[in-house]
Structures are given as structure tokens and as C-alpha cells.
Design a protein around this ligand. Structure first.
Ligand code: SF4
Length: 354
């Protein structure tokens, strides 16, 4: 475990907080704006690069503050697609992952919000890691800033909060990072290009709706039946489907957005005729779309239990499922597996912590 200095991390601040901090240390608020610009638009990783900041202030900041939350440990690229997986270490040495998925003109960054995850979804490698801690705002934001450096001249066009962890269980940091990306950065990435994905925490879905951020929201649905969901997503025992659907209706109405239902296709578990009927019925009650996702192997993490028994629905059956949904005039996307050769596909992110 590394020794951590207690220097203040400026990436945990919003723009307004950074300006206030400058006033607090006897500088002008304008310096806050300049530093913000260096961090977010020029991707600076040291104060010494900030050449329009007086040397005396740079020296002072070097003593009392930092702008580093994460360190890049390694980067892997998929042979079959151009998906890239980034392994980062926090300042005390915890490991997290982020993924960049290129698709046509899009560059989607999938970011993590927790070290591990407490929710133990049976189809997800991160859940099998257990939970260490929430990420700070700076650690969430640094995934965007550090990966942005590698994809120049193209920029990240979309962000999905779908990496390691449940974003709504790290609500304050998630919300603040969204505010920085959307408001402080002046809409560099539009709200319709940012998606928060949740396993279903109703009270926090309502709070996110009330935040006014109007980002897109995805629910990891995976079954329309509580008994099935209880088995594959234990969080459903605490917050069942009915409570979640009520919260999602509120979200859709308040934000005027469609809810994305994420649905990992699991053989004989959620790909039966009754599952199809229930999914179509659910979609008729709420403005929504469906994203069908092939199940990606998590054999790199699993040793036994239900997780070891899960199998993917065959591709022909997924296609048939999608066709039936489309016939009911429901928008359905069929996600291609991206980056499974480097364990970067949906549900595969996991790092062994020391
Ligand atoms: S699917 Fe999401 S909420 Fe469930 S264990 Fe994995 S990271 Fe956590």
C-alpha cells in the first residue's frame, strides 16, 4: 500500500469550488478558472505545465495541492475490435478499469464509480470482486481526462457510467462528476451523450431525476420477474421491480427521456416465451428502449455457484427475441460483443486487489 500525502486534490472540486479555494489561499478567483482550463481542456497533469500561472503560485500549489487521482498502470487493445481497456491505480494502490469502445464516429468511454461493487450480480465479474470503496470525484473524472490523452485527435464523444460499481450507491460523487462534465465544461459532451446505468436504487433514481441533469438512464433489468431477478441480482430483494418501475416512470416523465432496459441474455433464465411477453408488456407502460446484450464469459473470476452455471443464449435465439420485440414497435438494440478477448466486454471488468 502506498503512502498517501494529505494534499488537497483539485480534481475533487467543481469550477465554483476551485474558484472559492483560490480565494481561500489568497489568490484571485480567475486563477481557478485558468487551472480548471488547464486540467480539463489541456489535460495537464502537473502544475508546472500551467505556464500562464505565476511560478510562485505553481510552487505554492505543488506544496499544498495535487491534480493527480489515478495513475495509468497498463493499456490493452483488443485484437478483434478497437476496444481499449485501461487499468488505473488509485493513490493508495487500488486498481480500477475503464474501457473505450470505438464505433463508427463514436468513442464511448465506460467509467467506473467504485473499487469493486457490493451488489454481487451473478453475471458480473466486478460483483465477484467484492467491494473496497467508493471512488472520489477526482478518480471518476480522471478516467475521462487520462483516457482523453490517448485518443487524440479524436475525442471522447459519449460516456457511460457502466464500469465497475453501482453509480447510484456513490451518488454524491457521481452527481458532482456529472455536473462538472455537463455544466462546468460547457456542454463539451452533451447530456444526451451521457448515460448512467443502475441496477435499480429507486430513491436515488428519483433524486437523479430531481437533480435537473437530464442524463440518459439505463436500468440493468435482465428479467421482468422478481423471483428470477432476486437470484441473479440480489439487490432486487431489497428494491423490487415494482418500486424501480415507479421510480423509472418518474424519471422518464420528469426528464422527458426514454429509459434504456439493459438485458443480458441468459440461456433458459430470461430468454423464454414468458420473458419476452413480460418485457414487451413492461415496455408498453413506460417510454423505453431495449438493449439486448450477449452474455460474456466471466470464467476468469468464477469458481462456483450460480455464476458458474450461467450460459449465453444462442445468437439465433437472441436475433429471434429482438425481432419479436421490434414487431411490437419497441426500439431494440442488439449489442455486439466488444473486447471480450481482453476481458473488457460488458460484465467482465474485474481486477484482483492486493
Ligand atoms: S452489474 Fe453493476 S451493479 Fe451488478 S455487480 Fe456488476 S458492477 Fe455491480
Amino acid at each position: 500500500m502506498k503512502t498517501i500525502t494529505n494534499k488537497i486534490n483539485l480534481k475533487n472540486f467543481s469550477l465554483a469550488e476551485l474558484q472559492d479555494y483560490m480565494l481561500e489561499i489568497g489568490e484571485s478567483a480567475f486563477r481557478g478558472k485558468q487551472i480548471f482550463n488547464w486540467m480539463y481542456n489541456n489535460f495537464a497533469s502537473t502544475f508546472d505545465e500551467m505556464n500562464n500561472i505565476p511560478i510562485k503560485l505553481r510552487e505554492k500549489l505543488n506544496e499544498i495541492a495535487t491534480i493527480n487521482s489515478l495513475e495509468l498502470v497498463s493499456k490493452q487493445s483488443s485484437n478483434s475490435t478497437k476496444t481499449e481497456k485501461y487499468l488505473f491505480a488509485t493513490r493508495e494502490g487500488h486498481k480500477i478499469e475503464s474501457v473505450i469502445i470505438p464505433e463508427h464516429e463514436r468513442r464511448t468511454l465506460c467509467i467506473s464509480t467504485q473499487v469493486g461493487c457490493p451488489l454481487d450480480c451473478k453475471f458480473c465479474a466486478t460483483g465477484l470482486m467484492g467491494f473496497t470503496r467508493n471512488l472520489t470525484v477526482g478518480e471518476i473524472i480522471d478516467q475521462y481526462l487520462l483516457t482523453s490523452k490517448f485518443i487524440e485527435p479524436a475525442t471522447i464523444t459519449n460516456i457511460v457510467y457502466m464500469g465497475m460499481g453501482e453509480p447510484l450507491l456513490n451518488f454524491d460523487a457521481t452527481l458532482k462528476s456529472l455536473n462538472i462534465l455537463l455544466n462546468d465544461l460547457g456542454n463539451k459532451i452533451g447530456r444526451n451523450r451521457i448515460t448512467v446505468s443502475t441496477s435499480g436504487i429507486p430513491q436515488k433514481i428519483i433524486e437523479l431525476a430531481d437533480s435537473g441533469l437530464r442524463v440518459k438512464l439505463a436500468l440493468s433489468l435482465h428479467s421482468c420477474f422478481d423471483d428470477v431477478r432476486n437470484k441473479i441480482m440480489p439487490i432486487n430483494i431489497k428494491y423490487n421491480l415494482e418500486e424501480n418501475i415507479e421510480a423509472l416512470k418518474y424519471y422518464a416523465k420528469k426528464t422527458k427521456t426514454k429509459i434504456m432496459f439493459e438485458y443480458i441474455m441468459l440461456k433458459d433464465i430470461n430468454d423464454r416465451k414468458e420473458d419476452l411477453r413480460a418485457l414487451v408488456k413492461l415496455c408498453s407502460t413506460i417510454p423505453s428502449k431495449v438493449n439486448l446484450i450477449p452474455f460474456n464469459s466471466i470464467s476468469h473470476m468464477v469458481s462456483g455457484g450460480l455464476s458458474a452455471e450461467l450460459e449465453p443464449t444462442p445468437r439465433e435465439k437472441i436475433n429471434e427475441f429482438a425481432e419479436q420485440i421490434m414487431k411490437k414497435n419497441i426500439f431494440v438494440m442488439l449489442r455486439n460483443t466488444q473486447g471480450d478477448d481482453i476481458a473488457a466486454a460488458c460484465g467482465q471488468l474485474a481486477v484482483k486487489q492486493k
